[in-house]
Design a protein around this ligand. Sequence first.
Ligand SMILES: Nc1nc2c(ncn2[C@@H]2O[C@H](COP(=O)(O)OP(=O)(O)O)[C@@H](O)[C@H]2O)c(=O)[nH]1
Ligand SMILES: [Mg+2]
Length: 353
Amino acid sequence: MRIAFVGPLQSGKSTLFRAVTGQAASDQHLMGEHIAVVKVPDPRLEFLQRLFKTKKVVEATIECLDVPGFSHETAQSQSEFRKSLPHIRQCDALVAVVRGFDNPTVPAYRNRVDARADLEELESELMFCDLESVTGRIEKLQKELKKPKSHDEEKHQLELLQRCQNALENEQPLSKVIQSDEERKMVSSFAFLTELPLVVVINVNEAEASAPVPFDYPHAHTTIALCADTEEQIAKLDPQDRQAFMEDLGVGESAHDRLIQACYGAVGLISFMTHNQEEVRAWSIKQGTEAVEAAGKIHTDMARGFIRAETVAYEDLEAAGDMKAAKAGAKVRLEGKHYIVEDGDVITFRFNV
Ligand SMILES: Nc1nc2c(ncn2[C@@H]2O[C@H](COP(=O)(O)OP(=O)(O)O)[C@@H](O)[C@H]2O)c(=O)[nH]1
Ligand SMILES: [Mg+2]
């Protein structure tokens, strides 16, 4: 999964990015954007490592992208934001970071602290970009359809794009329009921005970090309030000091954990686990993924030569104590290609190429 931190200038995007990614050694610059890989913590992996006695544990990962801030008021920021759109389009979710903190030493964007207005402004820019793509394509399609040939596919696309256009003109994101897999496929080449699930982060003052979220943004899958500055300090601490510091501040869960959870939820991801002599490993997939597709995530050969998936639910394995006992208790199932993988499945794929 890849996520992008978007939002107005000076809202705390980079601060939150550092808090969540810890600025890992694997940092890279990608055409001016900052990208880092974050491990997805999963306590189930510890048990599996003990059980299978492997040297390595490989967590699932999320790639985070810190993109330039956006403001309608400065042409420079607008053009830089536009330049990073191709990267944003490759993401699975957007994390919109808006300012809810007052800090006299940091000038507020447009001299206002108004998280809701900032979100509306950001969304209107995203909608504008989508509307440009939609309108351009509609014009081309209308020309195409004047030619004498049967054009069922084009007609379907035109009908869908007109609904998209209508929604965008009424300030509705495309996530509200494009609902079925068929529709999603029909417009996938556009990589619409407002089709991406949105997680909103309201970056509040330290004192407000443990208060309830000030408001829920209607187009957001999840809205989180946190103090990015504090979270950066938390991330810098040694893990053993972290808990006490967070308790002192009344911070229940770190931004790192909350944000990963929110993005998993927004994208509809689950994890399954595999093991071999070397390692136990977690993989993230979309809810509803079939076993053969999950196998393909590991290696295309595994999907091509798929025979079966030997599957045990993590809870069953933990309760049984080990694989032998799980088998004796008939908890290990042999599943076929079309089995829908569930969160926590521990799977060994059998394949033949
Ligand atoms: N008081 C306060 N200042 C913050 C907070 N988060 C960020 N800042 C400050 O706001 C400024 C802009 O932050 P930055 O992360 O660079 O914003 P970006 O432009 O969105 O990447 C920096 O000076 C930060 O120290 C916060 O939660 N509270
Ligand atoms: Mg920044």
